[in-house]
Each structure stands twice: as C-alpha cells, then as structure tokens.
Design a protein. Structure first.
Length: 221
DNA sequence: GCGACAG
DNA sequence: ATCTTGTCGC
C-alpha cells in the first residue's frame, strides 16, 4: 500500500466507499446572521512537494483584523488527483486549524464545496469532519458549466452540473479578474455562500480569510 | 475510446 | 500547487 489515510489504500474502490459515506452526511442547513469569528484555511508545499504546509487564520468578522495564525507542516502522503483533493490536504488542514486559539463561526476553504463530481470537495469534507459551517472558494472550475456573467464586481451566474442542478456560484469578486467559484461546504446555503464571500471582500480578488491563509501557506508576502 | 481535470 | 523577471494594462 503506497498511501494510508483513514483506510485509504490508493484504490478507486476504497475511495468510492469513503466518499459515499461522507457524502450522505453533507447537509445544507440554515444561515446565520451574527458572526463573531471567521477563519480561512489553505495549503501550500515545500521541498518540491515533499512537505505539505497548511495555514489557518482567524479573523474578527467585524473588523477583518487578524486574530491568530497557525501553520502545520507534515510529510506529503498522496499525489494530487482531481476529485480527491481532500484526501491529500485535509490532514494538514485539520492540524493547522486545531491549533487556532478559538473556534470560528464560519470557515472559508480554498477549493470547492459541493461543486464537485460527488458533492464532496475539500470544503465540504472539512465541514463534515469539523462539524462547522464552511464555504468553498476556488479559482477554477472542477466540474459544471455556467452562462456568461457581467464584468462588474458582484456579478454572478449559477454553476450547473450535467443535469442542470445548481451546485455553486460563479462570482466576479473584482473587476477585470477571473471570477471565483463559490459553493457551500457544510451548513451554508447556495444563496448565502456568495453573499458571505462578498461580505469579507476588500480590494483583492480573494476574500480576506482565504487571501491571508493563501499567503501564509505559500509563504509569500 | 477521447478529453477534462480544484490544488 | 510549484518552478520564475519583466512587462502590459487599468
């Protein structure tokens, strides 16, 4: 067995079983008005990919002020396989997240939520495992199609799966920039997910939680 | 069988 | 994701 994570042995059959179990736990619930703390998580790599570096940042939901930041570095155990991203990044992500001094009310995850072939992108998986509300914020589409969207900030279009079901929102977060792909992870509705992303947007393409986590994970500046 | 394909 | 400087355009 080349890999090992919660019973994962690298075979497509095992992957299907794990995804099937987790997918049944994904539920889109209520929305929430008063948020106090929000978090952002992302992953980067070091040593040519041998080391997975996860970052978690905690922000004051009202002022967007950085409250805390944590980094976890662990050996990489799996290769990148489209559709199975969470199995590669979740261990490090959870470790960094667990180091935060407080639990946030909402977590923004770099990657897709339910805008995934099996409705189980890394943001949905993270939500199910942590039990916290999560939103997936990706920079590219993994699956799905959408109509053209406006050029102004805030313009959006539904992301549809092969059957015409809405699985996310293509959102123009900044003018003259490629749109973000926003989808619910856990305990957040399809409608409120993009609104929450807009709520924590400043002058950049990415919302603050994800932007800061991304910067810390890739050790850039 | 031939493409598409988050990070 | 990561390897990488300058450069075009708002």
């Amino acid at each position: 067995m080349p890999y090992d994570f919660d019973g994962w042995d690298g075979s497509p059959a095992t992957a299907r079983e794990i995804q099937k179990q987790l997918a049944t736990q994904v539920r889109l619930e209520d929305d929430f008005p008063e948020l106090r703390l929000i978090a952002g998580v992302d992953v980067g790599f070091e040593e040519g990919g041998d080391i997975t570096r996860a970052a978690a940042v905690l922000l004051d939901a009202r002022t967007l002020e950085l409250v805390a930041e944590c980094v976890a570095r662990i050996p990489t155990t799996m290769p990148y396989i489209p559709g199975l991203l969470s199995f590669r990044e979740l261990p490090a992500l959870l470790q960094a997240f667990a180091s935060l001094p407080e639990t946030p009310d909402l977590v923004f995850v770099d990657g897709h939520g339910i805008a995934h072939p099996r409705r189980l992108g890394v943001a949905a998986h993270f939500g199910v495992v942590s039990g916290l509300p999560t939103i997936g914020v990706a920079k590219k589409i993994l699956t799905g199609t959408h109509a053209e969207l406006g050029l102004s900030r805030g313009s959006r279009a539904d992301l549809l799966d092969r059957r015409g079901e809405i699985i996310g929102t293509v959102l123009r977060s900044k003018e003259r920039c490629l749109p973000l792909i926003v989808s619910p992870g856990h305990r957040v509705s399809l409608v409120s997910a993009p609104d929450l992303v807009l709520a924590y947007l400043t002058r950049y393409r990415l919302p603050e939680p994800t932007r800061l986590a991304d910067k810390l994970a890739s050790r850039r500046k």
